[in-house]
Design a protein around this ligand. Structure first.
Ligand SMILES: C[S@@+](CC[C@H](N)C(=O)[O-])C[C@H]1O[C@@H](n2cnc3c(N)ncnc32)[C@H](O)[C@@H]1O
Length: 240
């Protein structure tokens, strides 16, 4: 879909290939709303112009829309752009734009809160997206990056088993050097039945690690920790 020279999206096999199972996963995630509470502590989004970068099929857009002034989702994968647009088609002030973090298709100084959840901002390499976020944020606007905490058991152990080259300390140092404050948010994923839980683990992990995760999980819940990383866009004169 991109013209030559435009960035390629980072593949997201879970959501790209199994959007219905990912929908179940999104419903199961953060059952106690701990991430939303942490986002509120960080400044919240009431009456704000909100941007969700890498919005996928738009699961979080209606949730932001309850309090935001406007909500824009950007997403590079065309089938997900279509699904997200369907999801928000009847919501006033909410739109979905095809695009990516490295070239956000919005004007300078046009949003108050930019949010990205398990999308693009994974550590070193995401500098172009950080620059773009600063460009579209109004001075003092909030950039909030939510990602899984790969150091916390059990979920982090399973992730590291599948990604042996992952270096959590390096990721942490990167975001710290980029001026982010990071905090851990403990959540519980809560499923309606065992088959839903197992299907989600099977789209998140290799067959071997999924089998291990299923064997190590009794019942219908999984403790999963996240890192919430926040920083404010510069105020005053900025050289772009
Ligand atoms: C794991 S999904 C998360 C989707 C959504 N944030 C959610 O929590 O439901 C990651 C998303 O990031 C998108 N993505 C991949 N590369 C991207 C890029 N360069 N800029 C913005 N989004 C990107 C993928 O297409 C996918 O929709």
């Amino acid at each position: 879909m991109f013209a030559p020279g435009r960035p390629e999206p980072i593949p997201s096999p879970n959501l790209w290939h199994w959007p219905e199972v990912y929908e179940v996963e999104n419903h199961a995630q953060d059952s106690g709303c701990a991430i939303w509470a942490a986002l509120r502590d960080a400044g919240g989004w009431r009456d704000a112009d909100v941007l969700d970068i890498g919005c996928g099929d738009g699961f979080h857009l209606p949730l932001f829309a309850r309090e935001a002034r406007t909500v824009t989702g950007i997403e590079p994968h065309p089938p997900l752009v279509r699904r997200a647009r369907e999801r928000v088609s009847e919501l006033a002030g909410v739109r979905v734009v095809a695009g990516c973090a490295e070239q956000i298709p919005l004007p300078d100084d046009s949003v108050d809160v930019a949010h990205a959840r398990t999308a693009y901002f994974f550590g070193p390499g995401c500098e172009p997206g950080l620059l773009e976020a600063d460009r579209v944020l109004r001075p003092g606007g909030l950039l909030a990056v939510v990602d899984l905490d790969t150091t916390r058991a059990p979920y982090g152990d399973w992730m590291r088993a599948d990604l042996p080259r992952l270096n959590p300390e390096k990721v942490e140092r990167f975001f710290s050097r980029q001026g982010f404050e990071s905090r851990t948010v403990d959540t519980v994923w809560c499923f309606e039945d065992r088959s839903a839980l197992e299907a989600v683990l099977q789209i998140e992990f290799s067959a071997t690690v999924a089998a291990r995760a299923i064997a190590e999980t009794a019942g219908l819940t999984i403790p999963v920790s996240y890192r919430l990383r926040t920083r404010r866009a510069p105020r005053g004169l900025v050289m772009r």
